[in-house]
Design a protein around this ligand. Structure first.
Ligand code: FO1
Length: 321
């Protein structure tokens, strides 16, 4: 059933990859269809074999469309790797970034549309429609951006080269969104934020997913005008998944739910943390942020839906403040 607080102005959710997709599976159970816009990170995007790959857009699309690889949380279910094997064996082009045959169809469609002059938003809308997504999915920008990391051995790598290609072995001294200065929010993003009754931060990486969305000029100021409620991606001082624990220290932030709230404190109104982080409630409240603790480990869609309801409950409390 839809949450009583499904506001008429609509809900906008800022999203990264796997954790966001899990949360969205719960959110779509409690927000009226058509009331939700998801703005996804494109800093992970990369070009390989001449193809434009959008990992976070595809993880959200495949997960909410019912076709994601159930164990990996990214890429396609029922996947084969005939093309990747032929590239490696016949042509000597090894794949450090696993691209399955079905996944390649998505990248071929997107790259073909871009080559014909379409925008990333238009390609995303075409792909989302094919997967019957129950919400509008927007990239954070149509402009070229890329999350880059500087490693302690003096190299600058694309985030995926570091995270996947080098298995995150080198330590990182800096991370940033290349292209941010000239990037514009994708069409519809600022309008959706302007009309929203509430903006939600999915439990995504605060540095290379939510942080990169905030780096697109115009988005962070828009959030300061809205009730914003987020879900902590850090539980009990640890990441649930991914590598935020390696990147938060680069920003000088502790690996804690309260520290992430502090990073967002210029616009954040509500913060939902796991019961393991009950001790962080006073620190979050001292920032003037409504704090709520609940089970945030989304083992099932029912837990995701309960978490989404908690987030919308906090949104109601924030709006009534
Ligand atoms: N993650 C990996 O750890 N190894 C891979 O080979 C890999 C390939 C891949 C291909 C398409 C895609 O959409 C995502 C892929 N991912 C892979 C996940 C990707 O690195 C994500 O961006 C991160 O997991 C962060 O969300």
């Amino acid at each position: 059933m839809t949450h009583s607080a499904t506001p008429d102005g609509g809900v906008v959710a800022l999203a990264g990859g796997i954790g966001a997709a899990r949360f969205l599976r719960g959110l779509v159970q409690v927000v009226a269809p058509g009331a939700l816009t998801v703005v996804a990170n494109t800093g992970d995007d990369l070009r390989l074999h001449g193809l434009h790959i959008s990992p976070d857009l595809d993880t959200i699309t495949y997960t909410l469309g019912g076709g994601v690889h159930p164990v990996q949380g990214w890429g396609r279910a029922d996947e084969h790797h005939t093309v990747a094997a032929e590239l490696a064996e016949r042509y000597g082009v090894p794949g450090w970034f696993t691209l399955g045959d079905r996944d390649l169809a998505t990248h071929l469609l997107r790259t073909g549309m871009l080559a014909d002059g379409a925008t990333l938003s238009q390609a995303t809308a075409r792909i989302a429609a094919a997967w019957n997504l129950p919400f509008r999915l927007l990239p954070m920008t149509d402009d070229p951006v890329a999350t880059m990391v500087e490693t302690t051995d003096g190299r600058t790598l694309h985030f995926q080269e570091w995270w996947v290609g080098e298995r995150a072995k080198p330590d990182v001294v800096a991370v940033g969104l290349e292209g941010a200065a000239t990037a514009r929010p994708a069409p519809g993003v600022l309008e959706a934020l302007g009309q929203a009754s509430v903006v939600l931060l999915c439990p995504s990486n605060p540095v290379v997913s939510i942080g990169t969305i905030l780096d697109v000029p115009g988005i962070r100021p828009a959030l300061r005008q809205k009730p914003v409620v987020g879900v902590s991606p850090i539980v009990g001082g640890r990441v649930v998944r991914g590598m935020a624990d390696r990147l938060l220290p680069v920003l000088g932030a502790d690996v804690s739910a309260a520290a992430v709230a502090d990073l967002y404190s210029d616009f954040l109104d509500g913060w939902v943390m796991d019961t393991a982080d009950r001790g962080g409630v006073p620190a979050v409240q001292s920032l003037g942020i409504v704090a709520r603790v609940t089970d945030t480990i989304m083992r099932t869609d029912a837990v995701s839906a309960a978490l989404a309801r908690s987030v919308l409950d906090v949104a109601t409390e924030v709006v009534r403040r």
